[in-house]
Ligand binder design. Structure first.
Ligand SMILES: [Zn+2]
Length: 687
């Protein structure tokens, strides 16, 4: 009997038949699919014909589709429901999958065939997408160690497998440390400022943990939403201090020893492959031309934001009436933003009353996609997701042609990983004959029984952002699956999603969705104006903490051999040689970005993106993408904004192309010039 994960789905668009799949099916399915791909690749290698595009490159591209599809299903349900059982499966699979991939790509016989096609590439009259595919496979093989001698290849395999283990372990520790580090309060008076809902959540968390009183949970980044609300200085300091201390408390969840090992292995891999450091190894695959170019952009932004940050801190000191500490910063910043809105309270809290989730999704998110791309969305209650909370929509283009499925899994659950993301269960490919099935996952808190779900400004923006990724997947129109949708370089992938945030507060879109949840009245113009003012200009704080994290990330991945050798995970504090804190402070100081009032958005010991996720040496990608995004928003605005013709052009040059064309060239074609930095500076209030 076929494993249900591998069986062809009987459902429309190949939507996985989740009801037929149980957790016990995943590991056997992936194991079997890995063996299948090894057999497929063995056939490519054994082909007696000389290597060609079709019999080698396209054949390799088409191999392992069962594995890719099974992996999409497993990882697609793992994030939204990370049960202990699934985490165990993931921990076992990570090294096996890493070794499988390296084993295939570094195979000398396959590499000989790939090299033969790659060397002849300019004589083969290839289409652009074929040329890119040949290039990418060749580079992937080289990066897996295929061009090394046997000893080098062996070492690469060991490093890859070991890194998969260590990064999985990092992710596990961070999760447990976040739970362990939740801050305990005896009584509600210490938590003055939290909303009734937040207080109830803290009480529930205490009950769950079997303690009296309240437990304030920690969110992933350094800054904590609760800190912006707590009126008690000591309470703020306790929560903020707990946030900063994560992963470096010397307990069983301490991640500093893992960081030292991960950094050393990544540096060794880069060295084996002839790169000066891991950052160069990573950036080589990105649209940024070099690590120096990335640092030049970060440094330019640091210079631009430093005076703005000083002015901001000065204004907050005046408001606080004295000393300002890092733990107080966002509290006073929030008060400052309230004053900027005529003391009406935070502009987004009355606006929330106009942002009921279903209405925003239908009359805002879908509406904008209709105006720009001609898309329509039909609920498919007959189709089931992997959880009862998942809503399924069928997406149609402007000719009424079915384009794919959009799944929305928007409410928080105790098993759901933090944050918000988009992922694909099926990726579009003409070669495979597949249409996309994409999902947006968010963590919107469930309202109290019988109450409507109202979106804060932050959640509103996140919904539009994630939907931008969904559009990238849905509008994809490429031949090769490896070039489909969001399979673009990391420093490009956030660009379409950031562009889509632009429509959240666009006058035509707001006019269409923003109705008062009780009265049905449209949102008053002055309120919308205020929300736009607070929602579109980033405070200096946000820029400084983001840049800090990007610089810390690059710093970890540019260390010299002697600095790595001198790392001492047990050393405490930024003044102790070789300590994690000392390395990070030096990285920040080198680019003039050390600011004791505004610590980086993440510090190494809880920097999931770079030590557990795929963003090592690439956290800069968000701001790199934002340069493209800001320039594109100005292009949209200069040409009339929310217009079908502009959407069409954005779709045909960017969204439909995936990685089948050179991404930066596509962007240049769209706006008619190389993206300037000016629009980004204007947008962040730094011009
Ligand atoms: Zn994103």
């Amino acid at each position: 009997m076929t494993n249900p994960v591998l069986a062809a789905s009987p459902l429309p668009y190949g939507l996985p038949d989740f009801d037929a799949i149980s957790d016990d099916d995943f590991e056997p399915a992936l194991t079997e699919a890995m063996a299948d791909q090894r057999a497929e690749v063995a056939e490519i290698i054994a082909n007696p014909e000389p290597p060609t595009l079709a019999n080698t490159v396209v054949a390799l591209e088409n191999s392992g589709q069962a594995l890719a599809s099974a992996a999409r299903v497993f990882y697609g349900v793992l994030g939204p429901d990370s049960t202990p059982a699934r985490n165990d499966i993931a921990a076992r699979l990570a090294p096996a999958l890493a070794d499988h991939r390296t084993g295939i790509l570094a195979d000398p016989a396959l590499f000989a065939r790939l090299s033969a096609v790659w060397e002849a590439r300019d004589e083969l009259d290839l289409d652009v997408d074929e040329h890119r595919l040949v290039d990418k496979q060749y580079r992937d093989a080289v990066r897996a160690g295929a061009a090394l001698d046997e000893q080098g290849r062996e070492e690469m395999r060991r490093i890859t497998t070991r890194l998969a283990d260590l990064t999985t372990e990092f992710g596990r520790l961070i999760l447990e440390e976040a739970n362990d580090g939740a801050v305990h309060f005896d009584d509600a008076t210490q938590l003055h400022g939290l909303s009734a809902g937040e207080l109830a959540a803290a009480a529930a968390k205490a009950v769950e943990a079997g303690v009296d009183g309240y437990l304030v949970a920690l969110e992933l980044p350094t800054s904590q939403a609760s800190v912006t609300e707590l009126t008690d200085t000591q309470a703020r300091q306790r929560v903020f201090g707990a946030s900063l201390a994560r992963g470096s408390r010397g307990n069983e969840f301490d991640t500093r020893a893992l960081i030292a090992q991960i950094v050393a292995l990544r540096a060794r891999r880069a060295e084996l492959l002839g790169y000066p450091d891991h950052a160069a190894y990573v950036v080589d695959e990105e649209t940024a031309p070099s690590v120096d170019a990335v640092e030049a952009l970060l440094s330019r932004l640091v210079d631009a934001v430093t005076p703005a940050a000083e002015a901001e801190a000065e204004a907050l000191r005046a408001l606080a009436g004295g000393e300002l500490t890092a733990a107080d910063y966002t509290f006073w910043l929030a008060r400052h933003q309230e004053t900027a809105t005529d003391g009406e309270g935070a502009a987004d809290s009355p606006f929330e009353q106009y942002c009921e989730l279903d209405r925003v999704l239908r009359d805002g998110v879908f509406f904008a996609a209709g105006r720009l791309y001609g898309l329509t969305f039909a609920p498919r209650p007959d189709l089931r997701g992997y959880h009862p909370d998942v809503a399924v929509f069928e997406v149609f283009d402007d000719r009424g042609e079915g384009l794919g499925l959009y799944l929305a899994d928007l409410y928080a659950r105790s098993t759901k990983r933090g944050g918000a993301w988009m992922t694909s269960f099926v990726e579009q490919s003409r070669e495979q004959g597949t249409k996309p099935v994409v999902v947006n996952v968010m963590n919107i808190p469930h309202p109290a029984d019988g109450q409507p779900t109202l979106l804060s400004l932050d959640l509103l923006m996140t919904l539009f952002h994630e939907f931008g990724h969904a559009l990238h997947g849905l509008l994809s129109d490429v031949r090769f699956v490896s070039q489909s949708g969001t399979s673009v370089p990391r420093d490009f992938v956030e660009f379409p999603s950031q562009v889509n945030e632009h429509w959240a507060l666009h006058p035509d879109v707001v006019a269409n969705y923003a109705r008062h949840v009780e009265t049905g009245e449209p949102a008053p113009a002055h309120l919308v104006e205020k929300v736009r003012a607070t929602g579109t200009i980033e405070p200096a704080h946000a820029t400084v903490e983001y840049l800090g994290a990007a610089i810390v990330d690059l710093g970890w991945h540019r260390l010299a051999d002697d600095e790595i050798a001198a790392l001492d995970p047990a050393a405490e504090g930024a003044d102790a040689d070789g300590s994690v804190a000392a390395v990070e402070r030096r990285s920040l100081q080198r680019l003039g970005a050390y600011n004791p009032l505004i610590p980086p958005r993440y510090l190494g010991p809880y920097f999931n993106h770079i030590f557990a996720g795929g963003y090592s040496a690439a956290y800069y990608a968000y701001v790199w993408s934002e340069v493209l995004d800001a320039a594109t928003r100005e292009w949209f605005d200069a040409n009339g904004g929310l217009r079908r013709e502009l959407g069409q052009r954005f779709a045909s040059t960017i969204l439909s192309k995936g990685d089948s064309v050179e991404p930066l060239a596509a962007h240049r074609e769209l706006i008619g010039q190389i993206a300037p930095v000016g629009p980004l500076l204007r947008r962040r209030g730094l011009a």
